[in-house]
Design a protein around this ligand. Structure first.
Ligand SMILES: NC(=O)c1ccc[n+]([C@@H]2O[C@H](COP(=O)([O-])OP(=O)(O)OC[C@H]3O[C@@H](n4cnc5c(N)ncnc54)[C@H](OP(=O)(O)O)[C@@H]3O)[C@@H](O)[C@H]2O)c1
Length: 361
């Protein structure tokens, strides 16, 4: 990040949620130039205290004029809240970094994973600086992808550069934190309840999640795919700038609290050597290769004493392993990706967008 930046007034909308709670310590740890933090949550949390740099700050509710004087607003609430408030924040003069799905596929809004396509920001800022830009206040809206997509494109980008990807088949193993704080509470309550002979009563997720896997994330759409599966395909194509990339996905909720794992089968146009794939992945910023089957080394959500690798939970990297050739197709490979969905999948990625933006402002 540029040094000596003017400290700014930063809003976090959804500061009490799974992503918002992760965002505050990330802003703090990375030394984001915050002069004042303004946390927003629902009326249920009005006055609730969040902690930032050792200070207790009370959450406010969104109301007309609430973004006046805000320089940058992170939206971590919901599609509905972003639909209603993101443009208002931009009209008040703030740069908006939206983690909801509202603007991701909008052709006028860049969908960003800074390591992959952060270069788009230079043009965006130049456009915003024009006295009469084409988009008006919307020029200040930037979007972050779905958590599953963020970690996926981090791994696809260097492989595409090496060998030109033509098709991917993704199967996901997604933790409950991807469905927000209420889903995390639901898994905890069901797990404890089942040890106490209580029948699970699903409220947030469609079925019992304790000791279960649910092949259903988002709503079912045409053709039998879920909205999550469709997002993975559409958002990956947009971020990678590969509109014709063939993508098929099955998204599954599993009873873990943090991190999403993905089994990915990739086909490329060009021939490759697995050693070259490993090298390209290891050289890509934000990606860590954990791949030594002889020592049981591969990415995992959690690790325990004696394991030779760090777990992905609470860390920034996208971990990749089990990298191997798929000899059932020409130019095929398989790999396994794990990353903390609340960090690279949401909060960290948004803060990195903010940092990249500051480089150009
Ligand atoms: N979870 C992930 O891994 C992930 C990844 C990528 C993107 N996202 C996106 O990030 C956003 C937040 O997800 P999450 O998982 O953090 O959800 P969450 O845990 O359910 O948190 C939602 C947050 O929004 C707040 N909120 C609800 N209604 C509000 C209102 N009327 N005004 C202001 N704030 C309001 C909630 O406040 P209360 O506490 O007062 O209810 C809470 O702070 C969503 O758009 C989601 O799609 C999530």
């Amino acid at each position: 990040m540029k040094q000596n930046l003017r400290p700014m007034r930063i809003a976090v909308v959804g500061a009490t949620g799974a992503v918002g709670k992760e965002m505050l310590p990330i802003l703090e740890a990375r030394g984001f130039p915050v002069a004042q933090l303004v946390p927003f949550a629902s009326a249920r949390s009005e006055g609730k205290v969040v902690s930032f740099r050792g200070h207790a700050i009370r959450c406010q509710v969104l109301k007309p004029g609430c973004f006046q004087g805000i320089d940058m607003a992170f939206f971590d609430a919901s599609d509905a809240i972003s639909k209603e408030w993101a443009l208002k924040a931009a009209e008040a003069g703030a740069w908006v970094i939206d983690n909801s799905a509202t603007y991701r596929m909008d052709p006028d809004v860049p969908l960003l994973v800074p390591e992959v396509n952060g270069s788009l920001l230079k043009k965006r800022v130049a456009e915003a600086k024009k006295p009469k830009n084409k988009l008006g206040a919307k020029v200040r809206i930037l979007a972050g992808p779905n958590c599953t997509t963020a970690q996926l494109v981090m791994v696809l980008k260097p492989i595409d550069k090496l060998a030109s990807i033509t098709r991917i088949v993704v199967s996901t193993y997604q933790s409950v934190s991807g469905a927000g704080a209420a889903a995390m509470d639901e898994l905890a309550a069901q797990t404890v309840g089942m040890f106490n002979q209580k029948k699970p009563q699903p409220k947030v997720l469609a079925h019992q999640i304790a000791f279960n896997c649910i092949p259903h994330i988002g709503g079912f759409k045409e053709g039998g795919y879920t909205s999550e599966e469709i997002k993975v395909a559409q958002e990956s194509r947009k971020i990678l700038g590969l509109p014709k990339l063939k993508v098929t996905c099955t998204a599954v909720r599993v009873p873990t609290f943090s991190c999403h794992a993905e089994s990915v089968n990739i086909q490329t146009k060009k021939k490759f050597k697995i050693a070259a794939v490993r090298k390209a992945l290891a050289a890509f910023p934000g990606v860590i290769v954990q791949d030594d089957p002889s020592k049981n080394i591969y990415p995992m959500n959690q690790t325990s004493e004696g394991d030779l690798v760090e777990s992905a939970t609470g860390r920034d990297a996208v971990y990749v392993g089990r990298i191997r050739e798929d000899d059932s197709v020409p130019n095929g490979m398989n790999l396994w990706i794990v990353s903390d969905n609340l960090r690279k999948g949401a909060a960290l990625n948004a803060v990195q967008i903010g940092e990249a933006l500051l480089e150009h402002l």
